[in-house]
Design a protein around this ligand. Sequence first.
Ligand code: SF4
Length: 374
Amino acid sequence: MNNQSNGIYIHLPFCIKKCAYCDFVSYENQVEIAAAYVDNLLLEMEQYRGEQADTVYLGGGTPTALPPHLLVRILDGVKDCFNLADDSEITVETNPGTCQKETISALKKAGANRISLGAQTFVDTELSAIGRIHTAAQIKEAVLAIRAGGIQNISLDLMFSLPGQTEESLLYSLEELIALNPNHISCYSLTLCEGTPLYEAVSLSKTEVPDEESDRAMYELICGKLKESGFDRYEISNFAKKGYESRHNTKYWIRASYIGLGAAAHSFFGGRRFENPATFSDYEKVARGEQEREGTSLTEKDAMAEFMFLGLRMIKAGVSKKAFFSCFKKELDKVYKEQIARLCRLGLLEDAGDILRLTNRGVDVSNSVFCEFV
Ligand code: SF4
């Protein structure tokens, strides 16, 4: 038994239609097997019976592509199996076009208290260029449905560097998004993943995406606009009104323990990182205890590197030298003496006593900064 309070991540790899940029493990037209998949989730949970948890996240995929009674079954299973704190944060991901008031009411009754909605952009031509199934009008309808269904804690996802997107159209999307008054916003630059239709289209010059300079300018625009609208950038891609930072996602960045359930779900549990297989048939074997999961026990060097590159994503909190010492019984300043000196000299890291954090310039080249610790 793990004495820490865990996060529980449940992967529901079902979507109505695959988006043109999507590289996640999610399958379209498979909802008919969802009931059997949920049976397997409930079996897999039994492997962790009695563990403590204080955050639950139903992600995907599009969880609300499933009938509400199956989502309720999952949440009831979690409450039965885990020792869940009374004030747990319980998030369900959803997408416009799959999010009705009745679904939200059922989720709320089953304990969900936070919704993460994939808005992405409020420009219909941009939505269609990335193969989303919904329109901008449906984003607004979805937010109304979520509130009418009784859940007020809402996070919206926004994407930038989309085909055809300009700073002007991004500003329009930001204004529309802010007008919906969410509590939390996640902003991600489009990643072109090999094997996706969008990657193919860009490779064949059938469509264009903004260049790196425009990408950075868009990120700056987002940071400025959200700051003036009262959102605090607490992580590179995440912004929140005070007190609405994602407790579940924070567990990933501070290397807290989490249990991943479902096909392709990752876990960090008992000091090991491991993942479930992505195919339904192999996942079923794992859920039934007939097949081992693939995983690794981290070396101390790997664990320290993770501590740095995950912790530095938390722009305000940064990494604490005291926390590093209590974890590894080693001085952070000594372990990474050269890296810290070099990165501070380049103006990419700020050394503020106990805390090391990225500077604004460091955020712009964060991947290179993180590589220094690996
Ligand atoms: S909704 Fe999300 S998971 Fe589903 S296809 Fe689109 S990007 Fe992928």
